[in-house]
Design a binder for this molecule. Structure first.
Ligand code: ATP
Ligand code: MG
Length: 354
């Protein structure tokens, strides 16, 4: 087990700067999820930690040991990749044992470690099978097993589930969390899927263009996004982001007045263009006494127990999510209420929360 520290890390590929002054501390035993869009630098961060890529400047520590110049094999880190090619000609036992054999572990210890790992992953009855005789999920477990037998200080996962179908992905997510509960080893898990991040992380780090946008628990980043990027990235369907101006009484967007409650805090931004954010589930059907605005309903999108209502406020699309049983026979113009406690405001230029 170990903590990990990135300190002022810069990484250039030729003339492209991928990371700039990146700082992060991962606690001993933590399950940390790094999430961000494609190309934001997630894999690069893992490869730098594993020693597969060199830093341009800055330091990386594992526990208190500076590892900048430590070769990968001496860093005691195991990485599970998206493309976890198993050796096709070896059975599961030998796939698991291979790395240990290379490192010249004694036979008895190899056997013990393979046994322990295959018990944890419940693949002990598959040890004599070749990979082609395994299901996708079983193969994925063997790939995890290859990392577990190493008994590393830190596990790195780089989108290890993206090749699996949706149902298996949900199951494997739970298994990896379970694995963490059993091993209590520090784990860094990379994904571009915000649902995966929300369901798996104790703590989430949201990255964009190599820069940390926010860190926090899933609840924190969901309930109090630090900026427009996080607000739009976390949550599905994403938060409605509506540009407009507070005139002291109403929020005006595209010439439409929204009568929002509880906006005393906006007084100092009166007349200024801001971005208002509200999640679809916080737009509810209203009655005459508490209507925020009446919006034309464009289309309904049934999701089973809930329905997405797509509205237009002038040019801006607005999406609400309501229980299906409330959605029957809605009129073409629907009075809705924006729940006052659930509204966020952001600076329209910097995107930072107000
Ligand atoms: N060896 C390399 N040479 C040049 N540019 C690279 C190299 N490796 C990565 N990059 C660039 O660095 C940036 C970050 O890449 P990285 O692979 O870390 O992104 P990522 O967040 O893992 O994306 P994805 O979700 O698509 O895997 C990208 O713009 C990529 O093109
Ligand atoms: Mg990547």
């Amino acid at each position: 087990m170990a903590s990990v520290k990135y300190s002022s890390v810069d990484k250039w590929f030729g003339k492209t700067e991928v990371l700039q002054g990146f700082n992060l501390i991962v606690q001993d035993g933590e399950f940390l999820v790094l999430v961000g869009p494609s190309g934001c630098g997630k894999t690069t961060l893992l490869r730098l930690l594993a020693g597969l890529e060199e830093l341009s400047s800055g330091e990386i520590y594992i526990d208190d040991r500076l590892v900048n110049d430590v070769p990968p094999k001496d860093r005691d880190i195991a990485m599970v990749f998206q493309n976890y090619a198993l050796y096709p000609h070896m059975d599961v036992y030998n796939n698991l044992a291979f790395g240990l054999k290379l490192r010249k572990y004694p036979k008895v210890e190899i056997k013990e470690r393979v046994q322990t790992a295959s018990d944890i992953l419940e693949i002990a009855d598959l040890l004599d099978r070749k990979p082609k005789a395994l299901s996708g999920g079983q193969r994925q477990r063997v790939a995890l097993g290859r990392a577990i037998v190493r008994q590393p200080k830190v596990f790195l996962f780089d989108e290890p589930l993206s090749n699996l179908d949706a149902k298996l992905r949900v199951q494997m997510r739970a298994e990896i969390k379970n694995l963490h509960a059993k091993l209590k080893t520090t784990m860094i898990y990379v994904t571009h899927d915000q649902v995966e991040a929300m369901t798996m992380g104790d703590r989430i780090v949201i990255l964009k263009d190599g820069v940390v946008q926010q860190m926090g628990s899933p609840a924190e980043v969901y309930d109090t996004p630090a900026n427009v990027f996080v607000a739009g990235f976390i949550g599905s369907p994403s938060m409605n982001l509506i540009r407009g101006t507070w005139d002291g009484e109403n929020f005006i967007t595209n010439g439409i007045a929204l009568s929002l409650e509880g906006n005393e805090g906006l007084e100092q931004h009166r007349g200024e263009e801001v971005v208002m954010g509200i999640r679809p589930e916080n737009i509810v059907l209203a009655d005459a006494s508490n209507t925020t605005v009446i919006l034309p309903l464009i289309i309904q999108e049934p999701l089973g127990s809930e329905v997405l209502l797509h509205f237009k406020a002038g040019e801006t699309k607005v999406v609400a999510k309501i229980p299906s049983k409330e959605a029957a026979r809605l009129p073409g113009e629907v009075p809705v209420r924006f729940e006052p406690g659930a509204i966020h405001y952001f600076n329209s230029r910097s995107g930072e929360v107000l």
